[in-house]
Design a protein around this ligand. Sequence first.
Ligand SMILES: Cc1cc2nc3c(=O)[nH]c(=O)nc-3n(C[C@H](O)[C@H](O)[C@H](O)COP(=O)(O)OP(=O)(O)OC[C@H]3O[C@@H](n4cnc5c(N)ncnc54)[C@H](O)[C@@H]3O)c2cc1C
Length: 261
Amino acid sequence: MLCMEQKPQRYAGTILKKVKLTETVYHFYIQHLSPPTLYFYPGQYVSCIIDPQTRRQYTCCSQPTPTQFEIVIDVSPMGVGSKYFLGKNEGDRVEYLAPLGSFALSDNSLKKIFVATGTGIAPFRSMILNEVHRSSLLVPSNIQELRTKNQEQVSTNDERWTTNYSLYWGLRFEHDLYWVHELEALARQYRGFQFFVSLSKPGSSWSGLTGHVTEHVLEMEKNFQNSEFYLCGNSAMINEMRSRLLRMNVEDKRIKSDLFY
Ligand SMILES: Cc1cc2nc3c(=O)[nH]c(=O)nc-3n(C[C@H](O)[C@H](O)[C@H](O)COP(=O)(O)OP(=O)(O)OC[C@H]3O[C@@H](n4cnc5c(N)ncnc54)[C@H](O)[C@@H]3O)c2cc1C
């Protein structure tokens, strides 16, 4: 694990930036004020204090740094959490308990298969950005060039560099898409990372994958026994994916999930 483990505590932070990604999805950049630093690992979440009786959970979607973090919020439910964040702007204060959760990447050489719906992409963006930052686990597309330039370093890292990541992301409409260019660019840059997005309700101009994301996992993946599955998003996808994987004799301990709703 990159970051040291930290016990959850109450934080105050300030919103540095609020970016509208789609009609209902917002990306918040938050700086810790007090305490000024937070160490968490990718996959963990914060529990935002909406009022003394109400909290809502949001998973960090950024590469962990001690002084700030990012969250992505779908406000379409329009409950108290959605309304709270819709009303928040740059410079506003927020309070949260953090770090929370244990949805973390295992430290082993199994292929990691990430399956997300909607804002369930959050932990996987954090994990992938962190792996890129560590620059040891993903195989850059220019590996041949690197091998020639620096034989020694590449061979030292060879074993770790064989780890692979596939990210499958399910959304409904074209207008739900965001971060696709960023994730596609990473997939082009790193051979060890593959990215697939599927729309369940695409318009006629959509030429990409369609239908439930779970079907694409089952079609595209080759080696289920040597893979580990990480599922995040809505309960329908998580339940469906888990039961299909169990039927294919994937061990339960190789299927990890984080249920958003
Ligand atoms: C560990 C954890 C991490 C989470 N991380 C995120 C995150 O990173 N980003 C994020 O947007 N949400 C995340 N959620 C969901 C979030 O905590 C809230 O449930 C969500 O924002 C709705 O809150 P609300 O008060 O607006 O609506 P509520 O009044 O709490 O919910 C209204 C209804 O909407 C349903 N619902 C909740 N979320 C959605 C959704 N996205 N689409 C459709 N229906 C929904 C609820 O099941 C409920 O029936 C996470 C939840 C958990 C448990």
